[in-house]
Design a protein. Structure first.
Length: 422
């Protein structure tokens, strides 16, 4: 059965204070074109629909329009959406019961992870198990009500429920300390991503369907994945998920990491459909089309063309500001890094003549030299210390070097900053 898999839309995001909503609308138009041509049975959206927990009205309107047009573009399309770490699960679930009647399933509650979304087409059936981004407290060891159901599951719920309750009972017995009664056991709070995700999989596993393909839809950081500049990263190995958790599924549709990559033999990240940092500008972007069957899948990343590319240009100011320089990047979003040894004052105005969509200017003259990292105190271009560079900058801007009190204040601030980033 053919599925479309996207993630990390981050609708409403800005880049260096530039509103990206026009770029995101163009990107979603590209997704709709691909859906109309390929006509998958389901569209899986693996979290981070919005860039912030309280989306802007414009971002809400854009996603609303996208869902309506997607249902028209691909007949009988089932849409499954889970929240990511940028989303508010409560806000994303508004209208979920009403939308479910139209085939759009917002699954935002962790405790519903063992209630699959069933997709049927041409005599085939597939179960999607939605596991949203898990926050501390989403599960505890006593929060097992045994409620298992399948949307449109033709009377299978009772059989699945019984198997699940038996398996959970067995798990509880094996976890119990010697001599400890079931009544005496207290709920255990699960806080790390590793613990929470394992608990979610333990709840889903007994309910997996034996006569159809099983797909996990999740938003997490799989251990070993390659992060990029634009993710909000977790700290520590406990906030990563072991890819061995994916072994029971025929396909695992992941979101969170912004580069297209695999997470073991059964799981894929599509990556964000737009590049959201200049370090990601050259990466391949697209939508995954995955043909899933019992026992495996085949996947293809269909490319999406952005409204504007993200380009990082590097060179001396004279080269980047020369009349007509780099005409192939005139319409791109540009970050310029000036390699001049001395600072260039107010370079952006001159650079915008060549690059109207210039978003960022960096100067090597203000960056610490890697070779000086081990020297006593930070150094800058030419071997000067940061304090010496501050004195020179003050003299150039104010016509005189800073006094002793100001130099002491600057030195203290520099030491504080160094401690904070050490």
């Amino acid at each position: 059965m053919l599925l479309a898999h996207i993630a990390d839309l981050h609708l409403g995001k800005t880049l260096h204070e530039r509103d990206l909503l026009p770029d995101q609308a163009f990107m979603l138009d590209g997704v709709l074109d691909l859906l109309a041509r390929r006509r998958p049975a389901a569209l899986l959206i693996a979290g981070d629909v919005y860039d912030r927990s309280i989306p802007t009205p414009e971002a809400l309107a854009l996603f609303d329009s996208f869902l309506s047009r997607a249902l028209r573009a691909a007949q009988a399309l089932v849409v499954a959406v889970i929240p990511g770490n940028h989303d508010s699960a409560a806000r994303l679930s508004f209208g979920a019961e009403l939308l479910e009647r139209a085939g759009v399933h917002f699954r935002t509650r962790a405790e519903d992870c063992a209630r699959p979304i069933l997709v049927k087409r041409d005599g085939e059936r597939l179960a999607i198990w939605p596991l949203p981004f898990l926050t501390p407290g989403a599960f505890d060891s006593s929060d097992r009500d045994g409620a298992v159901g399948a949307d449109g599951a033709d009377g299978e719920a009772e059989e699945m429920r019984g198997a699940r309750e038996e398996a959970l009972s067995t798990q509880d017995e094996t976890r119990r300390e010697p001599g400890e009664s079931a009544r005496a056991r207290r709920p255990t709070a699960l806080r790390s991503q590793a613990e929470l995700f394992a608990e979610g999989i333990n709840r889903i596993r007994p309910a997996l369907l034996s006569d159809s393909a099983n797909v996990l839809l999740a938003h997490c950081f799989a251990a070993g994945g390659a992060e990029s500049e634009s993710e909000r990263l977790f700290v520590g190995g406990a906030e990563q998920v072991d890819p061995r958790c994916f072994a029971d599924f025929d396909y695992v549709a992941l979101g969170h990491l912004h580069r297209h990559q695999s997470a073991g033999p059964r799981a894929l990240y599509p990556g964000s459909p737009l590049a959201y940092s200049f370090g990601e500008g050259g990466d391949e972007r697209g939508i995954l089309f995955v043909d899933v069957r019992q026992g495996g899948f085949e996947a293809e990343l269909a490319p999406l063309r952005p409204l504007r590319n993200l380009v990082r240009l590097e060179g001396p100011f004279s080269a980047l500001s020369a009349p007509g320089a780099f005409p192939e990047h005139r319409e791109a979003y540009v970050e310029a890094r000036l390699t001049d040894g001395a600072p260039v004052l107010n370079p952006a105005e001159a650079l915008r003549i060549n690059f109207p969509n210039l978003l960022s200017v960096r100067q090597a003259a203000f960056e610490l030299l890697p070779s000086a990292a081990s020297a006593p105190g930070p150094r800058v271009e030419g071997g000067r210390s940061v304090v010496e560079d501050f004195r020179a900058f003050h003299a150039e801007m104010r016509g005189a070097e800073p006094g002793e009190a100001m130099t002491r204040l600057f030195t203290k601030l520099l030491e504080d900053a160094h401690r904070e980033t050490a």
